[in-house]
Design a protein around this ligand. Structure first.
Ligand SMILES: Cc1ncc(COP(=O)(O)O)c(C=O)c1O
Length: 440
């Protein structure tokens, strides 16, 4: 396919949509001091999204700098084990190692157009922070990234990457010292420095226009995968297997999933499956499965679904993966869940670690822990929703270099480099316990 990346996604607006709403969810619930900045951003985005110069520049950066299109790869050994035909959309091969750059480059170009010399960002896994620091270096912007102190510990590699790229990383010690707390601090910074600063939100969440803008910038994932499917895997257009049976993606705030779903939403034959992090299990009190366990709430500037108690207090989330360790989910996902167009399931830490190991062992790909949730769910629970042999696109949203140390720590392996310790391999092979879907 060519490098051309049309910007419009085909997500149908709900019939009674107010601008910035997905059904009941979305909106702008922010302090008055941010109204001006959100209006300015909305206008800049509305103009840019149909401005040929903006689109051409974005397209050029995505292809020649960012490495798009990313491959759609038929993972044969994983398919065999899962019992489904699995095609991985390889966002892990994009520059900086995840889907996050798709959104960041678009918003950084907007910051330049709005004349803002400084960008700030929140980050959990560090991938959005790295992408933002990358764009800031590329465009000569000042960059500050807020990151929970616990996430700085477990994603140390990405802290160093951001620093090498010239960003200031501010560890956040409040609350659970994870993504939610980093967003709180970034919001505070934005309110204080709104004239000079663009808050480059990293997921399909936050006040309008962020959820819409991030979805449109991430829609490149599904726009590409549909073309690639038609060229590589499907029948001729209109044929019985013109489209995959399902599209599967992990869900933190929801950006890689909404980008993966966007161009399939109007095709009802395609099941859309979002995989949330269930941490130590649904009902354990240590989970980040927002749609499974949460309720309607206002969080971080929008009406969404979040883990809150009876008094509306936000509850701490838990996941082995820093990028999914967030107690909310973006408004469009809340709406897709409510209307039943997408199905949201969950994978535990253990499922994710299993998905991580099997992707390494079967495909020679070290995945990030976030998409490992999607792989783990497919291997162990896919047959709950999918027919044997179902043909699926699964978004491999990032690569796992950042997670290697944490996986070793959680698993308790002794990986000292004493090659002669005589007690066999330091990293034991995984034990296969799938309940996949049959023959692929
Ligand atoms: C590789 C990767 N995948 C997924 C996510 C989750 O974010 P989102 O739901 O916005 O895609 C993150 C977040 O940091 C990530 O780094």
């Amino acid at each position: 396919m060519t490098g051309s990346t049309a910007m419009t996604s085909t997500v149908p607006a709900p019939p009674d949509a107010r601008p910035g709403y997905f059904g009941r969810f979305g909106g702008q619930f922010v302090p008055e001091s941010l109204f001006g900045a959100l209006d300015e951003l909305t206008s800049a985005w509305e103009f840019a999204r149909s401005d040929p110069d903006f689109l051409a520049e974005l397209d050029l950066l995505r292809t020649r700098y960012g490495g798009r299109p990313t491959p759609l790869y038929h993972a044969r050994r994983l398919s065999e084990e899962a019992g489904f035909e699995v095609h991985l959309k390889r966002e892990d091969l994009a520059h900086t190692g995840s889907h996050k750059l798709n959104n960041v480059v678009g918003q950084a170009l907007l910051a330049l157009r709005m004349g803002k010399p400084r960008v700030i960002a929140e980050t959990g896994a560090g991938q959005h922070g790295v992408a933002t620091a990358t764009a800031a270096a590329l465009f000569g912007l000042d960059c500050t990234v807020y990151m929970g102190a616990e996430d700085c510990r477990r994603q140390r590699l990405n802290v160093v990457r951001m620093q090498l790229l010239g960003a200031e990383v501010r560890p956040v010690e409040s609350g659970s010292r994870t993504l939610k707390d980093a967003i709180n601090e970034a919001m505070r910074d934005w309110v204080t420095n709104v004239d000079t600063t663009h808050y480059l939100i990293g997921s399909a969440m936050g006040p309008h226009p962020f959820p819409t803008m991030v979805r449109e910038l991430q829609a490149v994932i599904s726009l590409e995968s549909r073309q690639q499917w038609a060229a590589q895997a499907g029948d001729a257009p209109g044929g019985p297997a013109d489209l995959p049976d399902a599209v599967i993606a992990c869900v933190g705030g929801g950006s890689n999933a909404i980008g993966s779903f966007a161009d399939y939403i109007e095709h009802d034959s395609v099941a859309l499956i979002g995989v949330e992090a269930a941490g130590q299990g649904i009902g354990s009190g240590h989970s980040a499965a927002t749609i499974s366990e949460g309720r309607e709430a206002i969080l971080h500037g929008a009406r969404m679904v979040a883990l809150v108690d009876d008094d509306g207090q936000v509850q701490p989330a838990h996941s082995v993966s820093a990028g999914l360790d967030y107690p909310g989910v973006g408004p469009e996902h809340a709406h897709l869940a409510e209307t039943g167009r997408a199905t949201y399931v969950s994978a535990t830490d253990d499922d994710a670690l299993f998905g991580f190991r099997r992707t390494c062992e079967l495909e020679g790909i070290i995945p990030a822990l976030e998409p490992s949730h999607a792989v783990g769910w497919l291997l162990r629970h896919g047959s709950d929703l999918l027919e044997p042999g179902a043909r699926v696109v699964l978004t491999m949203s990032g690569r796992g270099d950042k997670d290697v140390d944490e996986v070793v720590r959680v698993a308790g392996w002794d990986v000292g480099v004493d090659a002669d310790d005589g007690d066999g391999p330091d990293v034991p092979p995984s034990t296969v316990t799938t309940t996949g879907g049959g023959d692929a």
